[in-house]
Design a protein around this ligand. Structure first.
Ligand code: FE
Ligand code: CA
Length: 445
């Protein structure tokens, strides 16, 4: 695009052929914002599908579809959504999104690693354009490249999305203003972060309320679905303290018990707990990035925990779980990604997570592609399940998780594709789990 402003028309209609237009207007695609537009349409009817389309010059966009949420005080009969994460472009094809686009869903939740920041490499399924991302132009080009994928386009066109980021939208295992690489000054790192966050805002369906202010961007927010469910969409990257013990998957080193360590930051944690305390939702969903269960990843006598996930911030983890119990939060369900594998976990109060009372349920979704073709029964599978009674299910197949929520029951289906390194993988429901309202913990169905 030339560096000039372009007028863009938009229309919202009640039908897929865009004949019953209910609202329309014009906006400006500005080169300062990568020619992106963020139109916020008020006054639509609740709980129904709308279709939308853009026009610039003589070109019209594909028609997209979005569903408005139910009225605030209604109790909808059901919420149907899918959640996904981790779509490394070089590791495979986004076949899973092609399947997701055909599902019957109200919305899609993305938990981060929407792009990956690494330089293009040879001998992959397909290649990133450009070097490791650093400048605003680099981040913009990477987002643009990902958005060329037809399956990803189809999933965006089919549903409204609720998005949050993890680390790779910016830099691997970032923690606040601290790089995983030594000798990167916080000032330089924040300049890079400002570029990453701006490009994310430009290219993702988020509201003007999330407009970044330099290297800061408030992405955490609450999204209610009537009184049936409320999503607390979290950001566990921007405000966290540094990973303890030098990051990685490590034996307990003491640093994971630092009472000042935080994944959420004080303000976000207070906001989260205040919101949960006042929530009237039947299901309280934490849509966030990293696994909360304290899972020993080392088979045998050794114990190893991921210092980048909640177990690296154990006191913070316990504080959230204790709050669920003490305040009798209705049906807390934690959604996560990042780890490129599927998990169903009971979240217990006690430190070992073995015999304590289950206070919440966790569904961790695998990657769309990251890690390449996965497996139904990964190495260490039996040891992990034997040594971690909180784990009900684990595999490393690719795909997403489909959830159907009613006032009485939550159901999660692990939707997988057997391969992503070549096209055409069919969709398989590998496992299904249910939570009965009022009783934390998932049961295999
Ligand atoms: Fe990832
Ligand atoms: Ca072990």
């Amino acid at each position: 695009m030339p560096a000039e402003a372009v007028e863009v028309g938009w229309q919202v209609a009640e039908d897929e052929r865009m004949q019953k237009v209910v609202q329309k207007g014009t906006t400006v695609a500005n080169p300062d914002w990568a020619h992106s537009v963020h139109v916020e349409v008020a006054g639509l009817k609740p709980e129904r599908w709308y279709w939308y389309q853009f026009k610039a010059g003589n070109d019209t966009s594909q028609i997209g579809r979005a569903r408005t949420p139910p009225p605030a005080f209604s109790l909808p009969a059901a919420l149907k959504f899918a959640f996904a994460s981790c779509q490394h472009y070089e590791s495979g094809l986004f076949t899973a999104y092609g399947h997701m686009a055909k599902e019957d869903l109200d919305l899609v939740v993305h938990l981060g690693d929407y792009i990956y920041e690494a330089a293009g490499r040879e001998k992959q399924i397909r290649k990133h354009v450009g070097p490791e991302l650093n400048t605003l132009a680099d981040y913009r080009n990477r987002h643009a490249q990902y958005k060329t994928d037809p399956d990803l386009q189809a999933a965006h066109a089919a549903f409204p999305w609720i998005v949050t980021w993890d680390d790779h939208e910016f830099a691997n295992n970032c923690a606040g203003a601290i790089s995983e690489k030594p000798n990167v000054s916080p000032a330089d790192y924040l300049v890079r972060r400002a570029a990453a966050y701006k490009a994310y805002y430009e290219h993702m369906p988020i509201r003007r309320a999330a407009l970044p202010d330099g290297p800061d961007c408030r992405l955490y927010r609450r999204i209610p679905f009537g009184r049936l469910a409320e999503f607390a969409v979290l950001d566990t990257r921007q405000y966290r303290t540094d990973q303890p013990c030098g990051d990685g998957t490590k034996a307990p080193c003491g640093g994971e018990l630092d009472p000042n360590a935080t994944l959420l930051g004080d303000r976000q944690e207070k906001w989260l707990l205040d919101g949960l305390a006042h929530s009237t939702a039947a299901w309280n969903i934490l849509a966030q990035q990293v696994m909360m269960a304290r899972v020993d990843q080392a088979p045998g006598k050794d114990e190893k925990y991921s210092m980048d996930q909640w177990p690296g911030y154990e006191i913070n983890r316990r504080r959230i779980l204790r709050f669920f119990q003490e305040r009798k939060i209705a049906n807390p369900v934690v959604l996560g990604g990042d780890i490129h594998s599927n998990w169903v976990n009971d979240l217990a109060l006690d430190f070992e997570g073995l015999n304590g009372q289950t206070v919440a349920t966790e569904f961790v979704g695998t990657s769309i592609t990251s890690g390449g073709d996965g497996s139904v029964k990964p190495k260490n599978h039996d040891a992990i399940l034997a040594e971690n009674p909180c784990v009900k299910f684990h595999n490393t197949q690719r795909g997403y998780v489909r959830c159907a929520v009613t006032p009485k029951e939550w159901r999660s289906d692990y939707q997988v594709v057997e391969y992503v390194t070549r096209p055409g993988a069919p969709l398989v429901t590998q496992a299904s789990f249910a939570i009965e309202s009022g009783r934390a913990g998932a049961q295999r169905t």
